[in-house]
Design a protein around this ligand. Structure first.
Ligand SMILES: *[C@@H]1O[C@H](CO)[C@@H](O)[C@H](O)[C@H]1NC(C)=O
Ligand SMILES: *[C@@H]1O[C@H](CO)[C@@H](O)[C@H](O)[C@H]1NC(C)=O
Ligand SMILES: *[C@@H]1O[C@H](CO)[C@@H](O)[C@H](O)[C@H]1NC(C)=O
Ligand SMILES: *[C@@H]1O[C@H](CO)[C@@H](O)[C@H](O)[C@H]1NC(C)=O
Ligand SMILES: *[C@@H]1O[C@H](CO)[C@@H](O)[C@H](O)[C@H]1NC(C)=O
Length: 575
């Protein structure tokens, strides 16, 4: 729904509030020149050593398995060996086409879809024992199949992709395997009305979320799923139902289910989750006017930092607000404890949402996992009263606070939105630095060093090291907002590169560009890049993890007061 733009005076007030609430946002220590980034290697969908022009790719998903990269595109599946780069291009070693059949395309066209949409967009690409599991939209009639990992051959029959893969390639979906089951978050119908978190393909029966119940989901946009303890956690955003505003307000959420849930009784929640609960994620800047980043775009996997399991999320403001993005960190222990807290409820459709008093919560505690050897050793043995409570109270009262109660990184008033994240917790020669790479809606990459505070507390300071353009309009496809959409950002540690997936190409970007500072020690030290050091032979070198080379760097301070000025060309050229 389009909402009217906020009046000008309101924006001015917000701007003032924001500028007083937000800390300074210094620019990067180094902007990387375009001619440097235009030399990065790309994958354009060509076989080895052919330079024929071809149709632009339509990349949907990538999956890295050891030194192999699988790319799911439109009608095509590719296998690319990461260790083979020929000059500035990567080629595929195997390609397999999986097109929709004529009948599926005909029906898709009859239902009013454009021929460009009536194709097979591969939206699920997962590893499975012995190979791959792939699902495609198949002209709005989704299908899934097993593929071999080496030759990319389909094995066995196709199975329905319903509730596993969206119909429309534009829809966001999430899929992962855990304990032999496929967990998916998507929509189950052509019109994309029925959103679902679904479990299937395992030994236990398929389970889903309650259908058409706005308490469970309201126009969700699914972002990611992680496995932690006995649960799978799903990260997404949706329209909030707990605010009595006239306007629709989007909020970010985390939901969880027990991996081994067996569904409810024959009377309540049969073949549906008995453990589905959700909570709001609080990524906000404290201050007089508390400022929220309500739109979650992506998360990192769970990472280990300061002895905690942490997940990082990239958030933004909605498009009708002040442009801004933030990275917030959440401690998994703290996140899980919100699900042990109070539930939220609306007593009547007129009243505001309030916490449920403890006395009204049935036993055993709603939303818990069944425990072996206890009275309730299976979820379908739970009492109906408890199941009814879960069904009607999926929302927790408290929001999950971010670590340190504020974002790690905030960028406001910039023309792009941050929407992808990758974390290297083993950066630098001693593998003890943390570097964040953030991707933007314009295909830019921002690189930050995260510095733990002296007291090893959870709040960090950061240094904005570099900003560079990731998209390459010369090689990929024409420059456009769509083509610059970064689909995914991944770290390939063995080759010290980042893999940037755009719709029309894959770009491989080194983690650092130390050569840029090779002419002058001062520039090398001032870059404060943990991957770079001044080494013998008077050069700025990439420091491999565990390197024995003697080197100088000053990541903490970047102190160059004792070093002579660089001459005019000191910025360095790239050779
Ligand atoms: C990936 O590499 C690991 C260790 O080198 C090996 O054990 C595993 O079998 C490999 N996986 C695949 C799918 O090749
Ligand atoms: C796909 O592979 C899995 C094992 O990895 C197997 O259990 C399943 O039956 C296969 N499905 C089809 C349709 O062949
Ligand atoms: C649960 O316990 C009952 C006995 O109390 C037993 O018969 C049943 O097999 C158990 N179920 C599971 C899933 O362990
Ligand atoms: C979000 O966190 C801030 C800072 O701790 C807090 O003041 C605010 O009330 C929280 N908002 C919600 C909705 O919990
Ligand atoms: C990383 O390890 C090196 C060598 O052990 C040490 O000198 C340095 O202080 C460490 N840095 C951090 C941030 O822990």
């Amino acid at each position: 729904m389009a909402t009217a733009a906020p009046p000008f005076f309101l924006l001015c007030w917000l701007l003032q509030a924001v500028s007083s609430a937000f800390p300074e946002e210094p620019g990067p220590l180094n902007y990387i020149p375009t001619e440097v980034v235009r030399r990065h290697a790309v994958f354009l969908g060509r076989p080895h050593r052919t330079w024929l022009r071809q149709e632009p790719l339509h990349i949907q998903r990538i999956l890295q398995v050891n030194r192999t990269l699988y790319i799911g595109a439109r009608d095509d599946l590719f296998r690319v060996e990461l260790d083979i780069v020929a000059g500035d291009e990567m080629f595929y070693s195997k390609k397999r086409t999986w097109e929709s059949n004529k009948n599926d395309i005909r029906i898709c066209r009859m239902k009013g879809k454009h021929e460009d949409e009536c194709r097979n967009f591969m939206k699920v690409l997962l590893r499975r024992p012995g190979g791959l599991f792939v699902c495609g939209t198949n002209a709005f009639n989704p299908l899934c199949a097993n593929y071999t990992g080496d030759t990319l051959e389909m094995v066995g029959d196709t199975v329905s992709g319903m509730a596993r893969c969206p119909y429309d390639p534009k829809h966001a979906n999430v899929a992962r395997f855990a304990e032999g089951n496929l967990f998916t978050a998507t929509v189950t119908d052509f019109l994309a009305i029925d959103a679902v978190i679904y479990r299937s393909l395992g030994d236990s029966l398929a389970l889903r979320t309650v259908k058409h119940d706005s308490k469970w989901f309201r126009e969700p946009y699914f972002v990611s799923a992680v496995e932690w303890g006995p649960h799978i956690y799903f990260f997404f955003r949706e329209i909030a139902m707990e605010f009595n505003y006239l306007e629709k307000v989007m909020v970010s959420r985390v939901a969880r289910v027990c991996k081994r849930d067996l569904g409810g009784s024959q009377r309540v929640l049969e073949k549906q989750w008995t453990s589905f609960l959700k909570a709001r994620l609080n990524c906000s800047v404290p201050g007089d006017s508390h400022f929220y980043f309500n739109l979650l775009h992506s998360t990192s996997p769970i990472i280990r930092m300061h002895g905690r399991d942490i997940i990082l999320g990239v958030f933004s403001t909605p498009s009708n607000s002040i442009p801004g993005s933030a990275v917030c960190a959440f401690d998994m222990e703290q996140l899980a404890s919100v699900f042990e807290g109070r539930f939220k409820e609306q007593k009547s459709s007129e009243s505001i949402w309030t916490p449920v008093p403890d006395d009204f919560i049935p036993k055993p505690r709603p939303g818990g996992c069944a425990v072996q050897g206890s009275k309730f050793n299976s979820s379908n043995a739970f009492p109906d009263e408890m199941l009814n409570f879960v069904k009607t109270h999926p929302l927790m009262d408290e929001a999950v606070p971010s670590l340190g109660q504020r974002p790690w990184i905030v960028r406001t008033m910039v023309r792009y939105q941050l929407n992808k994240i990758v974390v290297d917790t083993e950066a630098g020669p001693h593998r003890n630095r943390t570097v964040l790479f953030l991707g933007s809606s314009r295909g830019n990459i921002l690189k930050f060093l995260i510095m733990p505070n002296q007291d090893n507390s959870v709040t960090n300071s950061n240094i904005f090291l570099e900003e560079l353009e990731g998209y390459n309009p010369d090689k990929c496809a024409e420059d456009s907002v769509q083509n610059r959409q970064l689909l995914s950002l991944t770290l390939d540690r063995p080759s010290h590169t980042l893999l940037l997936a755009f719709p029309s190409c894959l770009v491989r970007v080194p983690l650092a560009r130390c050569q840029l500072y090779s002419r002058c020690m001062k520039n090398c030290i001032a870059a404060r890049d943990p991957y770079c050091g001044w080494t013998r032979g008077s050069t700025c070198s990439f420091l491999r993890p565990g390197t024995r080379l003697p080197f100088e760097q000053d990541v903490e301070q970047g102190n160059v007061a004792h070093l002579g000025d660089c001459d005019g060309e000191g910025g360095g050229t790239y050779n």
